[in-house]
Design a protein around this ligand. Structure first.
Ligand code: SF4
Length: 359
């Protein structure tokens, strides 16, 4: 889009927001990608003072439990193992180091773009145990389900999956049911609801009397979503809607849902920094237990603790800004992260370090 047109459109949306806002409102950007756009383009600073945009828990690397990283590190200690991972998780801190350190020390850790790539590696290396690390939100579950069916079809004995996928709506419910959360409206990530559809947000909007607007990651899209959210709040409505460019379907994709349901089941989960989320994860069904890396490597009981000085939990709940944390830009930097929010390209602390350091 022409830059001048963008500027004019942006100005118009800011003017519209200023015109309609009459009360103090707090709106949460659920997705870490939104947070980076907001901080980079200083969208929050251009809003009227009574309207606050806060960060939310939508960064899968930030939320991947520390014991998952520890289990992945433990897997690499088994001789003849190839660990296949999504690139972002490489620097997520475990209890003692991260996967990047482990790779530098000689472990065979490979970044893959799809779990099907991990299946191909397992076919090419029958002498090795190939483990795919499942990390991310539920929209990453379909390719892993396909990979497991493929592994079953070709009779792979040396392929397994470690980890879990995170479910967005139970976390939203947990967040909004926390007493004193102070959140009036939600900007949700359209891409996170492509499989389930945004219809599953409707009972949440109604139960908590909180408008939810789905948006993409374009700055104008986020501003339009902010306008729509404030419009609902000022009108006393609490509905689910999406911006004009967000194409997330209301009902999701039934065929993909069926595929995912046949491989995974909903299970309670403890999200890193965030806490317990009932039905917050998708884990392998027992019929796929043969491909469960935790069982194969005897890692079910491995536990880990998070660094007490990291305040990422409060950052991910919108209670604190990253620079409220005493570690920010002191003991915690992208080169030496204490918590995962400083590592991930969608982490709120990394966004503030990159764009607002020293302010
Ligand atoms: Fe955790 Fe570092 Fe963020 Fe503080 S600055 S909350 S230690 S990730």
């Amino acid at each position: 889009m022409d830059e001048r047109f963008q500027y004019k459109s942006a100005q118009r949306i800011f003017d519209d927001i200023r015109r309609i806002v009459t009360k103090p409102w707090t709106v949460m950007c659920i997705c870490g990608g939104q947070t980076h756009v907001v901080v980079k383009h200083e969208l929050d600073l251009a809003l009227p003072t009574q309207l606050k945009l806060v960060h939310g828990p939508g960064c899968a690397v930030c939320l991947t439990p520390v014991e998952t990283v520890d289990k992945a590190l433990a897997v690499t200690a088994f001789p003849g193992t190839i660990l296949c991972i999504p690139g972002e998780i490489l620097r997520a801190p475990g209890s003692a180091g991260n996967l990047m350190n482990s790779r530098a020390a000689g472990a065979d850790i490979r970044v893959v773009y799809s779990p099907l790539d991990a299946v191909s590696i397992a076919c090419e290396h029958p002498e090795a145990e190939v483990v795919f690390l499942a990390a991310g939100f539920e929209n990453f579950a379909p390719p892993t389900a396909l990979a497991l069916y493929r592994a079953h079809e070709v009779g792979l004995r040396n392929f397994s999956v470690l980890g879990q996928y995170l479910r967005f709506t139970p976390a939203l419910e947990e967040l909004l049911s926390t007493p004193g959360n102070g959140i009036n409206g939600i900007l949700a990530a359209g891409h996170a609801s492509t499989v389930a559809g945004y219809g599953e947000c409707e009972p949440i909007a109604e139960r908590f009397n909180t408008p939810i607007v789905l948006t993409g990651l374009d700055p104008l899209d986020i501003m339009e979503a902010t306008y729509r959210c404030v419009r609902q709040l000022e009108d006393g409505r609490a509905e689910v809607e999406s911006t004009s460019t967000c194409s997330t379907p209301r009902k999701g994709d039934p065929a993909t849902q069926f595929l995912v349901d046949s491989v995974f089941l909903q299970a309670p989960s403890r999200w890193r920094s965030f806490g317990d989320v009932p039905a917050g994860a998708l884990r392998l069904r027992s019929r796929f237990a043969f491909f469960d890396a935790e069982l194969r490597f005897g890692l079910e009981n491995l536990t880990a603790t998070e660094p007490a000085e990291c305040l990422a939990g409060a950052v991910l709940r919108g209670e604190l800004q990253p620079n409220d944390c005493p570690c920010f830009d002191d003991t915690c930097t992208p080169d030496h992260p204490v918590g995962p929010c400083m590592v991930s390209s969608r982490g709120a602390c990394a966004a503030h370090y990159r764009y607002r350091r020293g302010e």
